[in-house]
Structures are given as C-alpha cells and as structure tokens.
Write a protein that binds this ligand. Structure first.
Ligand code: PLP
Length: 419
C-alpha cells in the first residue's frame, strides 16, 4: 500500500485505504498497473458513451491541442465552440436556441437555475421558487445539492441549502400524486422553474418513470408558465435509447443541461441550452441585465473539439444501432435475472439496467455495496452499487459476450457476499 496525499471523491478512506492505479483504457476496458483488465461496467461514472479513446475523438483532441489550447471566452470565440453550438442546435429538442458553456454537470445546472431566476427578475416578475423531484440528484455544489434530495450526502451542509418545493417521485402506475403536487405548487404563482431528470433519476437509485409522466409534468408546468429545466447531464447522448430522453416524451424543455456524454466522456465539458425568451430577457443595453456567470475554462477549445468530434461520430457511425443492440442484450440478461430470488425490482431503460438485492439492508450506506464492489473488482468487473441498488451502465461498444460475463461475475459475487 502506497500513501498518497490525494483525497478521492465520494470515498471513505478509512474503509477504502487503497485506490487501484489505472494506466490505460480502451473500448469498454480499463487496464490496471498490475496488468489486470477491468471491465468498465459503469462507463467510468456514466461519462463514457462509445468506449474509451474513440479514435476520432482522440484525433480531434490532438489536432485542436496543437492549434489553440485555451482562450478567454468573453469577447472572444473560436471555431470548435461555434461548430459545436451549431451542431447541438440541430439535434436538441426544438425551440432551444442559445448555448451557454461550462465545464461540469453541476455547473450546467447552476447555470440553468441562474438563467431561470434571471429571466423572471429581468421581466419584472417575482418568481423565485424552484420545484424539484423527490430522490433527485443534480450535482454536489450548494445550489445543486439544494435542488437534489436531502440525505446523508448533504446533511452537513443543510443549513446552507435553499428551500425548494419537493414533488413526489412518480412511482410507476402511481404518478397522480406527483401531478397533483406539481399542479398545486405551480398554481401559487411564485414558481420560477421545475427541474427534473427525464425518465430516470440516476444517483437517486436508478428510478425509472415513463415518458407519459414526463409529458404530463411538462404540460402542467407550461399551463402555469413555469420554466421546465431538463437535467440530461446523465441521460444525454443515447443512455435511455434515444439521443435525448426528452425525445421519448416529445417535449421541448425551456432549459436543457448536458454534460457527461457530451464529449463521449473524453474531457470535461457542459452546456446549458435555453429558449429565446430567456436570452432576450437578459439582452439589453442595461448592463445590470447581463447574465453574470463564467468559468475560467468556459468553452475550452480542446474540450469543444472533442464534443464536436462526438457529434460527428453520431452522424457517421451507427451509434443508435449499437445502443439498441446493447439494450437488447441488457433485456436478455435481465430476463434470466428476473425469476432469481436474490434480486428484486428488475428494471431497465435503454442501456441502463438496475435492480435491488432482495433481503438486504436498504439505502446508500448498506455494507453490502462495498463488499460487492471489492469482489467484483477481483473478478475484473467495475460496478459501483448505490447501496443495495445494483446497476449496469456499460459503454455502447460492449459486446453480448462481455455483458454476459459481467452478469456471471455479478451472480458469483453476490453469492460470496451473501454467504
Ligand atoms: C452527474 C450528474 C450531475 C452532476 O454532474 P458533475 O459533472 O458530476 O458535476 C448533475 N445531474 C445529473 C442528473 C447527473 O447525473
């Protein structure tokens, strides 16, 4: 065991003293320093879409790095950002017209909340309340933690978190309480925006709801002039079976947050897109109406070139076909799992499969998660259960044989952990 000064994210170092050293990655595989090959069953925290080091994306990064590494993005622009913005507007839901750059999912959501509040202030309406779903996750900054579910993750910061209106999670076939709560909250007239993760609440436990529910939540917001923010930081670029999850409901959000898969997972980048009305509310010769937000690395050219290359991969390669194939492989594996008494709540949307371990302690801090993770790693599989919720979210290049062996490794590991 080597000692390192590094403090890792979401890591209890007292329970996890050693970090694996990874030296290489290719396709769906990581390679550790000791030569062990590890299957990346969670797409390196949900960011890798096509696979690690897609050659076209790597080449674009190399080309761009040799030309322009970074430039201030106020008063200046550059081709990779312009090409990416134009490319995005061609594929996002209709109505979105402006693209604001930042560098992480959390920041894209902060930007979305600030855009919404700025809109209402600039048009002279006193709407400042934010509504969000129960079990939501929108990031780890103070603002995004405020919008997200409260729990062990953010208990220490609770005094600083702002109050949001909480709408119950739409349980499958029991979404009416969600609609009622949303309707009642919207009617009060003080709501600036409703934010949600379309079709699947990720970090909240891979909780899936249907497109009709998403459409109805959107309809209620629109009926009350409440801005609808779609946090597609995780779902964007194919995860749920379509490029964007919103497509399945046929809705156009007023504000759309994209990150993780935006660069194919190669470099950090995020965008927040909005409708013309929001941009127009900030467009003024009055400097006080400026949208006051910036990150040092806003629209970093190398990251933009990676994202632009990702769009090209989508245009030139059969990405959706790969996603459909992977989704079908997931469905087949889950079919075998369904009657297995060790598992419960077997569910799937697009490429994401999730289920709970039956008859174990529930919740994020469940001990079983850490044990299971360690056992799986020994078998060369990276999974990271959210407490007793196990999910498999592999890159799109994953073959049927690879996926089948992940499920076999999981089955063995569960036996070992429950023994
Ligand atoms: C991961 C995630 C975020 C936060 O993104 P970071 O890049 O980790 O800041 C926000 N919203 C959703 C839905 C996410 O899954």
């Amino acid at each position: 065991m080597t000692s390192s000064p590094i403090w890792h994210p979401f890591t209890q170092h007292a329970l996890e003293p050693a970090m694996r050293h990874i030296r290489k990655a290719e396709g769906a595989w990581l390679e550790a320093d000791d030569g062990q090959r590890i299957f990346d069953g969670i797409s390196s925290w949900w960011v890798i879409t096509h696979g690690h080091r897609h050659p076209k994306i790597v080449a674009a990064i190399e080309r761009q790095a040799s030309k322009l590494d970074q430039v201030i993005f106020a008063g200046f622009t550059h081709e990779p950002a312009e090409a990416l913005a134009a490319g995005l507007l061609k594929i996002v839901p209709e109505g979105l017209a402006h693209v604001f750059f930042s560098d992480s999912g959390s920041t894209s959501v902060e930007v979305a909340l600030k855009m919404a509040l700025g809109y209402w202030k600039n048009i002279g309406a006193s709407r400042t309340r934010v509504l969000a779903l129960e079990h939501a996750y929108h990031g780890d900054t103070i603002g995004t933690m405020s919008a997200g579910a409260r729990g062990v993750f953010n208990a220490a910061y609770e005094p600083l978190l702002f109050d949001v209106g909480r709408v119950p999670y739409p349980k499958p076939h029991h979404a009416q309480p969600t609609f009622d709560a949303l309707e009642i909250a919207c009617r009060k007239g003080d709501v600036a925006a409703f934010i949600c993760e379309p079709l699947i609440l990720g970090a909240g436990g891979m909780l899936i709801y249907d497109a009709e529910t998403l459409r109805e939540m959107h309809r209620i917001c629109k009926a009350h002039d409440v801005l609808f923010i779609a946090d597609e930081v995780m779902t964007c670029f194919g995860r749920t079976g379509t490029v964007f999850a919103c497509e399945q409901a046929g809705i156009s959000p007023d504000i759309l947050c994209l990150s993780k898969g935006l660069t194919g997972g190669s470099l950090p980048l995020a965008v927040t897109l909005c409708i013309p009305e929001i941009y127009q509310a900030h467009f003024s010769t009055d400097r006080s109406r400026t949208f006051f937000h910036s990150s040092s690395y806003t629209a970093n050219p190398v990251a933009c070139a990676a994202a632009e290359a990702n769009l090209k991969v989508w245009r030139n390669e059969p990405v959706l076909e790969r996603i459909i194939a992977l989704s079908q492989h997931q469905a087949i594996c889950l079919n075998d799992l369904e009657p297995d008494p060790r598992f419960a709540n077997v569910r799937r949307i697009g490429t994401i499969a999730a289920f709970e371990l039956a008859q174990t302690q529930q919740g994020y801090l469940a001990d079983v998660a850490l044990n299971l993770r360690a056992r799986l790693l020994e078998k060369g599989v990276l999974l990271r259960p959210l407490g007793s919720t196990i999910y498999i979210m592999p890159p799109y290049c994953t073959t049927k044989a690879e996926l089948t062996s992940v499920y076999s490794a999981l089955s063995e590991a569960v036996d070992e952990v429950l023994a």
